[in-house]
Design a protein around this ligand. Structure first.
Ligand code: GTP
Ligand code: MG
Length: 230
């Protein structure tokens, strides 16, 4: 079965969101700058033996086109947060954008990567790799990549990382659902037994406790992502 993945590319104007996206989807580099209003792309890829149908939303960075932001954040499953290593403000802008994503998604762990693009522009660089690493650490070790859309450096890696995070999250959600169903089944069974023996109530406290412990251990595991710089 093919799984659907909606990925949203966010960041300030001109940082290279469209260039990175088009390089990933079509394998070409766009030299000209044409500010995006909103573009959507599809790409079928296989990740870890699973067919994935990616829907990538390339969003507007320029302020006059950002009205739709809230809506597409709501529908996104994974996010690429892009700044340019040649533009300090573009990294500062990402802090507010990440806050907006977390507020709208209202989840503890949102699949996300941090991207410092235009890594080929050595002479114009104002942000170092360490600046990116610092932000990644502040964000709880969100995977960080320096990319060059021009040379396709780390572009596929960044997209695949976010797809893997979505996969992991969905696997966790479906495991939790399964666990909950089993718990309900068990409760129903024990209720039947109790009623048959002496009409006593169900003692599900230990099962619930186990359930909570297992969820807590999963959560702590999912925090232990490492930061990737190639
Ligand atoms: N040298 C270099 N230039 C890049 C790179 N990525 C993008 N650019 C250039 O930067 C300019 C802006 O790139 P876009 O991809 O249009 O930027 P954007 O973030 O989509 O901009 P908005 O749609 O306005 O938000 C273009 O002229 C690109 O060719 C890169 O990795 N290296
Ligand atoms: Mg664009």
């Amino acid at each position: 079965m093919r799984a659907d993945y909606k990925i949203v590319v966010l960041g300030a104007g001109g940082v290279g969101k469209s260039s990175v996206t088009v390089q990933f989807v079509q394998g070409v580099y766009v030299e000209s700058y044409d500010p995006t209003i909103e573009d959507s792309y599809r790409k079928l890829i296989e990740v870890d033996g699973r067919a994935c149908d990616l829907e990538i939303l390339d969003t507007a960075g320029v302020a006059q086109f950002t009205a739709m932001r809230e809506l597409y954040i709501k529908s996104g499953k994974g996010f690429l947060l892009v700044y340019s290593v040649t533009d300090e403000n573009s990294l500062t802008e990402l802090l507010a954008l990440r806050e907006q994503v977390l507020r709208i998604k209202d989840l503890e762990n949102v699949p996300m990567v941090l991207i410092g693009n235009k890594s080929d522009l050595d002479d114009d660089r104002v942000l170092s790799i360490d600046d990116g690493i610092k932000v990644s650490q502040q964000w709880g070790l969100v995977p960080f990549y320096e990319t060059s859309a021009m040379y396709k450096t780390n572009v596929d890696e960044a997209f695949i990382d976010v797809v893997r995070q979505i996969m992991l999250k969905e696997a966790q959600i479906s495991a939790e659902k399964k666990q909950q169903k089993e718990l309900q089944k068990q409760q129903a069974l024990e209720g039947d037994k109790g009623a048959a023996v002496n009409g006593a109530g169900i003692d599900s406290e230990s099962v619930l406790k186990r359930n909570r412990q297992s969820t807590a251990s999963k959560k702590s595991k999912s925090h232990s992502k490492c930061c990737t710089i190639v």
